[in-house]
Ligand binder design. Structure first.
Ligand SMILES: [Zn+2]
Length: 278
């Protein structure tokens, strides 16, 4: 009789292990496609060389993650990143700028397919309100995991209007995190985009906001981690302007991010964080 009880206990334990594995097996990868271009060996090697060549300077940014499609009705970032992933653009930039790159082009795949802001999660539909702790649901948790080791995150969204026409819309703004690097990249991106905008009311501005004005956003999360972050809001919801225009603005931001990484260095341990051009 006691042997039977022992057998029963063993079977129950095995069942618990099997079921716990099944639940762990669920992963939000379904919603994410990521492309990782990490030149770890090259990067380490180059770091060593740089140390001997120029011990007082280090790259301001040595890894960057581009992320788009958190809101499914804001597709310009996704479309541009997808196009670039079909080419060897990121491989080229990774080598040229000696930087680790991660691209997460289509976070909310369901939303992107159906043109919906939210993800199909009744409790936590807005992914960009779930960045708290380790993430309130699997998608935000996965993004936290994928971005946490990256110096800089560039996050592409789209607003419904033009900020200079409708100040209540964030459309056509760049919103940097509160680090000097974030602000410099935002200014470079704004100036580059504005060269191609003729209508002064549709020009981009850099908006220095409180990153945690809306809590539990990726912006607020990066702020709390004291990490570099740039939020880009093209004017795009409801196709307020052509997709190609918005995609070219996304491309401008990406180009200026690599321009910054390539050309701007800072002195190690310099609290004033002066920018030096190489
Ligand atoms: Zn958005």
């Amino acid at each position: 009789m006691s042997t039977n009880i022992i057998y029963a206990v063993i079977i129950v334990l095995i069942l618990i292990i099997i079921f716990s594995q099944i639940s762990y097996g669920y992963t939000p990868e379904l919603f994410l496609e990521h492309f990782c271009s990490q030149k770890i060996d090259y990067y380490d090697f180059d770091n060593t060389v740089m140390y001997f060549k120029s011990p007082k300077t280090v790259p301001a940014i040595s890894s960057v993650c581009f992320i788009a499609g958190v809101h499914g009705n804001e597709p310009a970032g996704t479309e541009m990143l997808m196009d670039l992933l079909k080419s060897d653009y990121f491989d080229q930039q990774s080598m040229k700028c000696q930087v680790n790159i991660r691209v997460i082009p289509a976070v909310n795949k369901w939303g992107l397919e159906y043109g919906q802001r939210y993800q199909p999660d009744l409790a936590y539909p807005d992914i960009n309100r779930n960045f708290q702790g380790e993430g309130l649901e699997p998608t935000s948790a996965k993004i936290i995991e994928l971005t946490q080791n990256y110096d800089l995150v560039v996050d592409f969204h789209e607003g419904w209007g033009f900020h200079l026409i409708n100040p209540t819309s964030v459309g056509s703004t760049v919103l940097p995190g509160r680090t000097p690097q974030s602000l410099t990249i935002a200014n470079l991106a704004m100036n580059h985009i504005n060269k191609n905008i003729c209508d002064p009311r549709k020009k981009f501005i850099v908006m220095k906001n409180n990153s945690c004005e809306i809590p539990k956003t990726l912006s607020c999360y990066r702020e709390q981690q004291k990490k570099h972050y740039v939020l880009v809001e093209t004017s795009g919801q409801n196709d307020i302007q052509p997709l190609e225009t918005r995609k070219s603005q996304v491309l401008s931001v990406i180009q200026m991010t690599f321009f910054y990484i390539l050309h701007y260095y800072f002195k190690m341990g310099d609290p004033s964080h002066k920018i030096y051009r190489r």
